[in-house]
Design a protein around this ligand. Structure first.
Ligand SMILES: [Zn+2]
Length: 357
């Protein structure tokens, strides 16, 4: 997600510490969600995907870098192996043109660019090409255009200021969303046909302004008017102390009737409302881009504002794969519902201000 203001973040640590102390023991008393095995989630695959994406050899997979391209090729290869349909503009890849300019202080500024063709006319030093990876699991009825988007970002911060001699920002927890989405794709592709298509969108440029998601919103694989819902996965590799191991939280749960629909359908999963709405995470995660265009969209996360976030220390050793597997299991239940059940609707006033950017 985007960085919240530093002041809020440090204040937040005090709040979270107080909350953890107040509810000590609460999280650990939870039973694991039933059915990792039933859903078929394979934590070994989650581990493999994170180990590929967060490897030092990918150099922190900065947007448009060779490391990010290697990550995109890995994801596309997995999607191809699963038999998903390529729905990018170049097979599984959707080119995402980015303009790079210099700020007054010499730092680079990355901007969304609305078309590949116009981007080609920019001076070469201003051109950076990244890719989203996009694939579709077709619905059972090919005449039904209704689609669910499962989103996650796969690239990250790259090489930055060294901390304790390490300058590679691996972003293992940030890779958990993409790894989880691959596992959802695998499980759903192996399961019974779904009423609606599911588009798996792996975005570029999340950390530099949701650029890949903005680009997808301009050039979606299925019309946004037919996109009945979107679920993003973000930082699901470690438990959030506020909700406990095996549990995820969802942004914007007071904005749509999705929670009510799941309840009415008798679906009981370990998902709670965002435990700290005052942080504004709903507006700081990529799903809000589609929400602003009218698609009921949420982000599933278990981010506990840990100290390794956006630091070189965010390595695979910090990932809790038992927890991660539980969250992916919950995500599968939600996506399956979205692809078969009654589509969620906005509550009155729930949709964030409509915007095309
Ligand atoms: Zn992230």
């Amino acid at each position: 997600m985007h960085s919240p203001p530093v002041l809020i973040r440090s204040t937040f640590f005090i709040i979270i510490l107080g909350a953890v102390l107040a509810t000590a023991g609460c999280g650990s008393s939870r039973q694991p969600a039933a059915g990792v095995a039933a859903a078929g989630v394979d934590t070994a695959r989650l581990r493999e995907a994170v180990s590929v994406l967060a490897a030092d050899s990918l150099q922190g997979r900065f947007t448009g870098s060779e490391g990010a391209a290697a990550a995109a090729r890995y994801i596309a290869g997995e999607l191809e192996r699963l038999g998903l349909e390529p729905v990018g503009d170049s097979g599984y890849f959707q080119r995402v043109p980015i303009q790079v300019t210099k700020r007054a202080d010499g730092r680079r500024r990355f901007s969304f660019y609305p078309s590949v063709r116009a981007w080609g006319l920019l001076p070469p030093e201003q051109q950076l090409m990244a890719v989203n990876v996009v694939a579709r699991l077709p619905g059972a009825d090919s005449t039904n255009l209704e689609t669910v988007v499962v989103g996650s970002h796969y690239d990250h911060l790259g090489i930055r200021r060294p901390v304790d001699g390490d300058s590679i920002y691996n972003g293992a927890d940030d890779a958990s969303g993409a790894a989880g989405a691959l596992e959802i794709a695998r499980v759903l592709a192996a399961g019974p046909g779904l009423k609606r298509s599911v588009v798996f969108l792996f975005t570029a440029g999340e950390a530099i302004g949701f650029i890949g998601t903005h680009y997808y919103a301009e050039y979606p694989a299925a019309p946004l008017g037919e996109t009945v819902a979107a679920l993003w996965l973000e930082n699901i590799g470690r438990p959030d102390p506020l909700v406990g191991p095996g549990v995820a939280w969802i942004t914007g749960s007071d904005r749509t009737n999705l929670g009510r629909l799941l309840e009415d359908a008798g679906i009981d999963i370990e998902v709670e409302p965002d435990p700290r709405p005052e942080q504004g995470v709903y507006l700081l995660t990529e799903s809000v881009v589609l929400a602003r265009r009218g698609v009921p969209a949420h982000t599933l996360s278990s981010f506990g504002f840990h100290d390794d976030w956006h630091e070189p220390s965010d390595e695979i050793e910090t990932i809790d794969f038992a927890h991660f597997g539980q969250v992916v299991t919950s995500a599968i239940v939600i996506v399956r519902y979205l692809a078969t059940g009654t589509p969620p609707q906005w509550y009155r006033g729930g949709q964030p201000e409509r915007s095309n950017f």
